[in-house]
Design a protein around this ligand. Structure first.
Ligand SMILES: Nc1ncnc2c1ncn2[C@@H]1O[C@H](COP(=O)(O)OP(=O)(O)OP(=O)(O)O)[C@@H](O)[C@H]1O
Ligand SMILES: O=c1ccn([C@@H]2O[C@H](COP(=O)(O)O)[C@@H](O)[C@H]2O)c(=O)[nH]1
Length: 237
């Protein structure tokens, strides 16, 4: 089974805690031991937003701000690489060909951002499509996709499952400026829709939730069900 896991910067490195990074690496290594081929994509989190905020005040334009965000995602990717054993490609992959080559060699491949105008959510979706992944997992700071932002709307309700088309509609109105927050960005949702990619959005603040989601489909987040795709099969069945 080939899996791409997007690990939000806000869950991997809300602060510089090596034990937390180690815990995420340990889940990735466990899945690899179970026979999964793994690509990981790491976000920039609060550190990226702090840099982006400061540079915006200094007059940087949105592309320059995105470039700063990309730099931070790659630093976070280096943290995850540092915590992974010898099975990881030691380079942060800057494009999908390099990342795909690493996976074909049997390595775990880690990416950060690749180009302005998107977030690492879209990188993960494109990476998953490029390597024909069986599953894409977004480990983020909220336990799934809600009808509205649960941090600002107490009446927001969680989707246990939804189609990629429904996901596109829910997130279409979320702002797309550098450093913005969404469970999955709009470009990622469109890529998931066209690739008919089976996708899970879950709370990754406790990384131990990722393993049962990947191996047995057990999680409390949101399943994005591909329209016209195959029925899900689980590695451990
Ligand atoms: N409809 C929605 N459903 C769920 N979360 C939403 C929704 N709209 C906005 N959000 C916000 O999206 C955020 C989740 O993503 P966020 O960008 O914070 O972190 P991440 O995906 O883990 O990656 P990073 O921190 O690297 O950007 C949450 O803070 C949540 O408040
Ligand atoms: O491919 C990419 C990835 C990221 N960015 C910019 O970086 C920040 C932080 O990334 P997150 O995935 O949100 O953690 C993002 O808001 C973009 O500004 C990018 O431009 N391109």
């Amino acid at each position: 089974m080939r899996v791409v896991i997007s690990i939000g910067g806000s869950v991997l490195a809300p602060d510089l805690d090596s034990e937390r990074v180690e815990a995420h690496a340990s889940v990735v290594e466990t899945l690899a031991r179970e026979g999964c081929e793994i690509g990981a994509v790491v976000g920039g989190g609060g550190v990226a937003r702090d840099y982006i905020g400061a540079a915006r005040e200094l007059g940087a334009n949105e592309v320059q701000l995105d470039q700063i965000g990309i730099d931070v995602t790659r630093i976070n990717a280096r943290l995850l690489i540092a915590a992974l054993g010898s099975q990881v490609d030691p380079k942060v992959a800057h494009d999908y060909e390099d990342a795909g080559d690493a996976i074909r060699r049997g390595d775990i491949s880690v990416m950060g951002g690749v180009m302005p105008g998107q977030t690492t959510d879209a990188v993960a979706a494109a990476f998953a499509e490029y390597v024909d992944a069986d599953l894409l997992v977004y480990a983020t700071s909220v336990d799934g996709v809600f009808s509205a932002d649960p941090k600002s709307d107490p009446d927001a309700t969680k989707f246990e499952e939804m189609t990629a088309g429904e996901l596109v509609n829910v997130i279409a109105d979320i702002e797309m400026s550098a450093g913005s927050s969404a469970p999955v960005d709009l470009l990622a949702a469109k890529l998931i829709e066209r690739a008919k990619m089976r996708t899970i959005v879950l709370d990754g603040t406790d990384p131990s939730r990722i393993e049962p989601a990947v191996l047995r489909g057990e999680h409390s987040g949101t399943d994005i069900i591909p329209e016209g795709g195959d029925e899900p099969t689980y590695w451990a069945q």
